[in-house]
Design a protein around this ligand. Structure first.
Ligand code: AMP
Length: 588
């Protein structure tokens, strides 16, 4: 914890930050008051995310304000005002109603960043169905698992993705009643048992009245990974929107004239909470870029679209650093006034690089799928200690706790002591459970704390510093990957006897997935088998989850009870001390 390189807030604000006095705002903040910033449904009929994000603006002074500007891969541009967005999302809500899909039913999305995804997300919420996003880069196996665990009734996807990744799974997903395909009639007509998305939209009415929505009604289902077992479906409710809005105010400093660009994919919780919901609840303009990362393209977007607030991720920042600061200088980025980043540790050099490249530091913030919204952040009016995630949001109480031998937890009060990052669970976007997994949910809590699974420290001034994960979960380019999911797939290959999967540190991606494989007796390691295994995993899991590296080992270290010792594999890979190996199988 070295904050010699402290970065002071700038003097003289062009736009005065929403959070000017951290201590005072924290002392006076209440979630009840934060709720008053939103409308609620007319006549006290509850609160619905889509009403706050779309309808209230469409019915008010912001009706003709640009809600979303979509930039296509091939240079297309499509604009949607709040009024237009309201009509489109009404249509989609009517599409669902006509299909008999209602409150609580799960509607899955599998698509790249295309306008139909945003329309479907908010239309689903209007209909009080549950929006469940998936990464378009997932392979068939992660898709099958999520649709299965989530009891997906509806899948909205493109004709191309469906044919490549879902068609063969359909038999194994009996709950999946409706498939809505985005594409031309020629592309979709050949698919048995599927509807054409556009035809249904064209036939639907563009008026829709959101029915009473209880603040605790299920709204979003986001899948996340653990160390063991299947992916977990974290459930979020409609009143989460109160936290999305409040964190948009304080952590992202939204102002009415902002043009905001969140680079995250809606397949990840950031791309939903901040790529869809929070900017819309503020009635500001969001930029959505369909294309993948390209430094020059990104700077071009920042310049041409006059982006003022930019929310991105450490891997992207590190890729920009590789391209070099000279490239940034070719662009006029004067409209940019606030940059934030999330998802993985943001190295101090990256914060400082931002200052050099953009004249603005990059503000790290921390949260996770389960918290639904930003919990710890660096704010525009506060000193930045590069390398620190910042301080808890108003309304959020964070602490460092340590598990004692008797299973109880103590709160660490001395600064600089490592422990597990824990939160007092009483904010609106806190997850309400893992779908069908009560026990896994219960295990996240102790002594009134929610245990985040991250190790951290807190300094004397209340800044939190990330140390690492408390478990074996891997973070690669911002994606959380469960080693067990990767191991399970590799185990299905006929040559594989045992597998252990770890996150291997990587200067750009943070970590890359590395698998250690021992082969069955009749197989020998070879380049060909290596290629085959990499290909096998990629086809089944998709590029995001599959291992980048595979190494053959004669034996995979295991405990005597047969558990793969990933910790030991990692220590050996990194040449670190092996620690306690007394439980290692075969050790004396
Ligand atoms: P996810 O649920 O996929 O968003 O992943 C959440 C996890 O990402 C956290 O529990 C952390 O391990 C990691 N993470 C998120 N933000 C940060 C950050 N600012 N610094 C370090 N790790 C982070």
């Amino acid at each position: 914890m070295d904050w010699k390189a402290i970065i002071k807030p700038r003097d003289g604000w062009a736009v005065v930050p929403n959070l000017k006095d951290y201590e005072r705002t924290r002392a006076t903040f209440s979630w009840h008051q934060a709720r008053q910033q939103l409308d609620g449904l007319p006549d006290g009929r509850g609160i619905n995310i889509a009403h706050e994000a779309v309808d209230r603006h469409a019915a008010g002074a912001r009706a003709d304000h640009l809600a979303l500007r979509w930039l296509g891969k091939r240079g297309e541009v499509r604009d949607f005002t709040y009024k237009e967005f309201a009509r489109l999302t009404n249509r989609f809500a009517n599409v669902l109603t006509t299909l008999g899909v209602g409150k609580g039913d799960r509607v899955f999305l599998l698509a790249g960043r295309i306008p139909e995804l945003y329309v479907s997300a908010l239309g689903t919420l209007k209909n009080r169905s549950v929006f469940c996003p998936m990464f378009s880069a997932f392979g068939p196996e992660p898709i099958r698992q999520r649709l299965g665990i989530g009891d997906g009734r509806v899948l909205v996807t493109t004709a191309a993705l469906y044919k490549r990744k879902v068609a063969d799974l359909r038999q194994s997903l009996p709950q999946l009643e409706h498939v809505l395909l985005i594409g031309t009639p020629e592309e979709t007509n050949t698919v048995p048992g599927a509807h054409n998305f556009h035809a249904l939209m064209a036939a639907a009415n563009d008026q829709y009245e959101i029915q009473p929505t209880n603040p605790e009604d299920l709204a979003l289902l986001h899948f996340t990974s653990g160390t063991t077992g299947k992916p977990k479906g974290a459930m979020h409710v409609h009143q989460a929107v109160v936290a999305h809005h409040a964190t948009g105010t304080y952590a992202l400093d939204f102002h009415p004239d902002d043009i905001f660009w969140c680079t995250a994919d809606p397949g990840w919780v950031t791309g939903t909470s901040y790529g869809i919901i929070a900017p819309f609840t503020h009635g500001i303009t969001s930029i959505v870029d369909e294309a993948e990362f390209d430094a020059e393209r990104w700077y071009g977007i920042l310049q041409q679209q006059k982006v003022s607030v930019w929310y991105t991720a450490p891997t992207a920042v590190r890729m920009m650093m590789k391209v070099g600061v000279e490239v940034v200088r070719k662009y006029d980025l004067r409209t940019l006034r606030f940059i934030a980043s999330v998802g993985e540790p943001l190295n101090p050099e990256a914060v400082v690089w931002g200052q050099d490249a953009f004249g603005l530091p990059i503000h790290d913030n921390w949260w996770q799928t389960e918290t639904g919204g930003i919990m710890i952040a660096n704010y525009p009016a506060m000193d930045i200690r590069p390398g620190s995630m910042g301080r808890p949001l108003p309304g959020i109480k964070a602490g460092i706790v340590q598990r004692q031998q008797d299973g109880t937890f103590t709160v660490v009060t001395a600064p600089g002591i490592e422990g597990e990052l824990a939160l007092r669970p009483d904010w609106p976007s806190m997850f309400r459970g893992y779908l069908h997994e009560e026990e896994r949910y219960r295990k996240c809590f102790a002594d009134g704390w929610y245990l985040t699974g991250d190790l951290a420290k807190c300094d004397a001034d209340g800044y939190f510093w990330f140390v690492g994960r408390a478990d074996d979960v891997i973070k690669s380019s911002g994606h959380l990957i469960g080693p067990f999911e990767v191991e399970s797939i590799l185990m299905e290959h006929p040559a594989v006897a045992e597998v252990g999967v770890i996150g291997k540190p990587d200067p750009v991606a943070g970590e890359v997935v590395k698998a250690f494989v021992s082969l069955k007796q009749q197989y020998q390691p070879s380049d060909e088998l290596h290629r085959e295994l990499i290909g096998f995993a990629r086809t089944r899991l998709g590029a995001v989850v599959a291992p980048k590296e595979i190494a053959f080992l004669a034996n995979i270290p295991k405990t005597r009870s047969g558990k793969i010792m990933r910790r030991l594999l990692k220590a050996r890979e990194l040449g670190l001390p092996e620690g306690d190996t007394s439980t290692l199988e075969g050790e004396a």
